[in-house]
Design a binder for this molecule. Sequence first.
Ligand code: AP5
Length: 225
Amino acid sequence: MTELNLVLLGPPGSGKGTQGERLQEDLRLPYYATGDILRAAVRDETELGKTAKQYMDAGDLVPDEVIVGVIVEALESAEARDGFILDGFPRTTPQAEALDAKLADLGRAVNAVLLIDVSDDEVVRRLGGRRTCEQGGHVFHVDFNPPKVEGVCDIDGSPLVVRDDDKPEVIRKRLATYHEKTEPLVGYYDSRSVLRRIEGERKPEEVEAEIRRTLSTLRLQDEAV
Ligand code: AP5
């Protein structure tokens, strides 16, 4: 595979952010997590943040045209020329079509989509205990991945907080939104033969190992063509 244009797909709390951080270090590719980008915009009170906040707090998706513009700009940047990792985008069929169209303009295509598979019950367990670093967005869990010092990020020492959209009623809404709007992308990418399923209900290290194996296999298949 000459370049890796990778999409991480999966329900809220499936571990996209956890695995995305690890992959980014390994692969040395730019990592665009739309949730992180939007949360930074909300924090900085930019126009994007002001538009996005009401949707995010309610567990809804921000409008396609808002988020597509952000990603198109990122993909046009020089750093994304040799590949990229997308986390949280695309999340609807129009977003996937917009991504395909932009990449086709650049003579490129999405060549790997990893679906991190976890059940709704597991999502609720994970998001209920998630703690997120206020400054850098680093992710912990009170039981599954606790910080060394309670309430403090291991990486940059910032306070750990509960995300506004990790309240129980919003978690349920986000799951419903995922099933309705994002799950159809499983079929979309499967029909293009780029989808690979990753069993997500295992330890983070085991999920990471399966992702590495899957990406190596994809590279070998590509070299054999
Ligand atoms: P976003 O931030 O993308 O939220 P999400 O997709 O709901 O994903 P999460 O960040 O909640 O979970 P994750 O899969 O990254 O899991 P994590 O690694 O943190 O989006 C937020 C909002 O922004 C959306 O609701 C929407 O409003 C808006 N938005 C974003 N993109 C958009 C788009 N394209 N279009 C429109 N709107 C958009 O892990 C979760 C927890 O589990 C952590 O505590 C972690 O420590 C723990 N954990 C991880 N892996 C494991 C494991 N293997 N075992 C046990 N625990 C684990």
